[in-house]
Design a protein around this ligand. Structure first.
Ligand SMILES: [Fe+2]
Ligand SMILES: [Fe+2]
Length: 303
């Protein structure tokens, strides 16, 4: 089957992008805590109607912090996976080697970028925000699965970042400019990553028996379950962080409402927006029309 993408073209696009962490954060490039960090479609704070506007802004920023942390976390398993995938065929196609090593280098840069934003956030936000982890432990759990399952999760994540920027961030003029710049620069490089992930899915699946493809798809779902469990825990942490930051002790009814809205919001942000992306579904459908149909059937729970 002829691929939709090529290593050569992807490498050429990547070489046109190329930005430095220092261009985006640091020095006089500071977060503005008077502005929201995430678009409402991801943060979903407005439908928690018992919160004041100020409290909604605080929750939006807590979710922004979670975004930085969660992307840093998933990139902890993306980076070693790409290196492992590149290594066995280093002497083969030079474009492949260069495109994959550049991909790995960009993910290392993104990990650095997200860490810089995390430290900037901590300087400006008065109270502690807790997060799931440690990232290395979650990365180890993810990477213990079949490589086809892992690469499908990575494919979903990279298409998801495209959707976040194009559908929700690009036209939102109210966001903090620095946070928006982070999302824009991340989007610019992730566009190439999503194509390289597609090529990796094609290469890995070509070497798999039908039984292994089934195992890979099963492991994709299993990793999704691990991530979903982590996200549910993150909602509890966000609720505690919110109460600490605002001094608003939520009663039982408010906690239920907060939990319900934010669980759906965080599921959409990190799972639903990727698993319903047409390009992701297209690649899964090429592997297994049944798997594509199953994903589409369970997607509403994550939207
Ligand atoms: Fe990234
Ligand atoms: Fe990426």
């Amino acid at each position: 089957m002829k691929s939709r993408y090529s290593y050569k073209e992807t490498l050429e696009s990547a070489e046109k992008v190329g930005w430095r962490v220092e261009d985006i954060i640091g020095g006089d490039k500071r977060l503005d805590f008077k502005r929201p960090f995430l678009p409402e479609s991801l943060a979903r704070v407005n439908s928690i109607d018992f919160l004041t506007n100020e409290e909604k802004l605080t929750l939006n920023q807590i979710r922004g912090y979670g975004y930085l942390y969660t992307f840093g976390l998933v990139e902890e398993f993306i980076l070693p996976f790409i290196l492992d995938h590149a290594r066995p065929q280093l002497p083969g196609d030079d474009y492949r080697t260069r495109a994959l090593l550049r991909f790995a280098g960009e993910e290392a840069k993104h990990i650095h970028l997200f860490k810089e934003f995390v430290s900037e956030f901590k300087q400006g936000f008065a109270t502690r925000c807790d997060t799931i982890g440690p990232p290395q432990e979650i990365a180890r759990a993810v990477l213990s699965h079949h490589p086809l399952g892992v690469v499908l999760v990575i494919l979903q994540i990279e298409w998801m970042t495209q959707r976040h920027y194009l559908d929700s961030v690009r036209d939102d003029q109210g966001l903090d400019p620095q946070f928006k710049s982070l999302l824009r620069h991340h989007w610019m490089e992730e566009a190439q990553h999503a194509k390289l992930d597609t090529l990796m899915v094609e290469a890995l699946s070509a070497a798999c028996s039908p039984a292994e493809i089934e195992q890979g798809i099963g492991d994709y779902a299993a990793i999704g379950g691990i991530l979903d469990g982590g996200l549910r825990q993150q909602v509890e942490f966000d609720m505690q962080s919110f109460q600490r930051a605002t001094g608003h002790a939520l009663n039982a009814e408010e906690q239920d409402r907060f939990r319900a809205v934010q669980t759906q919001a965080i599921r959409w942000t990190y799972l639903g927006s990727g698993m319903t992306h047409p390009k992701f579904l297209e690649t899964v459908g090429d592997l297994s029309p049944v798997a594509r149909a199953n994903i589409q059937e369970m997607a509403p729970a994550f939207c």
